[in-house]
Structure formats: C-alpha cells, structure tokens
Design a binder for this molecule. Structure first.
Ligand SMILES: O=C(O)CCC(=O)C(=O)O
Ligand SMILES: [Mn+2]
Length: 217
C-alpha cells in the first residue's frame, strides 16, 4: 500500500466531540473529500497566490494566506478587513468551489448549525514553525453564522479558549481531515495554532493547509 493510498483511507468520523458550548471537533469528517479539496486548493492558489500578510503592527504573519469566495480576509498596515478583490491583482477572489461550500454546509449542520452558506474561505498555509496567536474571528459583522475550519496535511495543536483573552486555552491535536466548528455561545471564543512541528505528510510534505469558512458581510 502506498503512503498516498493510506492517506485517503475512508473517514473514521463517528460523532461530534463537544469542546465548549457551541463548539465541536468532527474528527476525520473531511477525510474522504481531502484529495478533492487539495486539488481545488492548488488551482485556487495558482490564481490567487499565498502571501504573508502584514499586520497593523508592521510584521509579516508566519502563516501564508489566500482566499476564495465573494469576500476575502486581508490585512495590511491600516488594519484587518474583508475585500471583494485580491489586493495583489485587483481581481475578484476565485469563486468558492462547490465541494468547499458543500463540505462547510454539512459540517455546520453536523455541529447543529443548519443552513450555513459561507461566502468567504480563508486558505491558511503553515510550514514548520508557523503559528497563529490567540485571536477572535470578529471581522465578519454576521456573528449568527458559525466558523467551519478544516485541517489538511501535517498535524497541528489547536488552542481553544473562552470568550475572554485571559481564559486559559485547551489544546487539541488536529489531523488531516479533522474539522472544527464553533458558533453560538462560542462564536467569539479565542483560538489559535501553536508553532507547527516538523513533519513530512504523505500528501502535503512539510505543510499544513487550513480552510476557514465564514459568513462575512
Ligand atoms: O489554522 C487554523 O486551524 C485556525 C485558523 C484561524 O483561526 C483563522 O484563520 O482565523
Ligand atoms: Mn481564527
């Protein structure tokens, strides 16, 4: 059996694991779709390349990002916001592939949030050492919709705390095909990703790809 076949074994998904009110891990939920998702990611980042955004403080993020959908999350020295076009090209972001929207809708429903129609998908690429410090996703305007977050490639340690920055976050190991969903009372929970450990994933090598689906206005 080749490493690649092993990587695409059928989903071991069983049931949601509740990590906080309104927040669940769906372990293995996206495993069967992973290959299709990654093929789509390759096309998307050929059209709208991954880039290290600058934050208002002036430093570049260690995570490289791109977007698809009608709106994309961007950052520069003036702040964070959603933009209908890619600042690199001035062109609209690539459309959200049907397989992305379908997976996000199903994952949200599995977590108890019916009718999720994301219009923004942030594509995050982590290489070893890259991290995302504790933050809230609060640039969306539309806070009644959940966040759906899909992990592909190398394992990561996901930090998930409460709605106050001082709440000590719990740590969860997220693997290829795992999906996290948070909304309702956890919609503004602080979360982040610890520095990515070295590794060699059979499909993605030294990378982790995260797809974060949101309803932005
Ligand atoms: O990479 C992850 O698992 C989380 C990404 C995230 O929190 C974000 O993009 O806002
Ligand atoms: Mn986030």
């Amino acid at each position: 059996m080749t490493a690649d076949l092993f990587d695409d074994t059928p989903s071991p998904y069983v049931t949601p694991e509740v990590i906080a009110p309104g927040a669940v891990l769906l372990r293995g939920f996206a495993r069967e779709q992973a290959q299709a998702l990654l093929q789509a990611v390759e096309q998307l980042i050929a059209a709208a390349p991954l880039r290290h955004l600058v934050v208002p403080g002036g430093h570049s993020m260690s995570v490289a990002m791109s977007n698809c959908g009608t709106l994309g999350w961007v950052s520069d020295r003036s702040g964070y916001r959603y933009s209908a076009s890619d600042p690199l090209s001035g062109q609209p972001w690539p459309a959200m592939p049907a397989c992305f929207a379908e997976l996000a809708l199903r994952a949200a429903a599995e977590a108890g949030f019916n009718g999720f129609k994301p219009n923004a998908c942030l594509i995050n690429r982590y290489q070893p050492g890259a991290r995302l410090s504790l933050h809230q996703d609060r640039d969306e305007g539309e806070l009644s919709a959940p966040i759906v977050s899909v992990s592909l490639g190398l394992p990561a340690v996901f930090l998930f705390g409460g709605t106050r920055r001082s709440d000590n976050p719990a740590r969860y190991r997220l693997l290829h095909g795992d999906v996290a969903v948070w909304g309702g009372p956890s919609r503004l929970a602080y979360h982040g990703v610890a520095p990515l450990a070295e590794g060699d994933h059979p499909r993605l090598g030294r990378q982790r790809i995260n797809l974060t689906f949101r309803r932005a206005v």
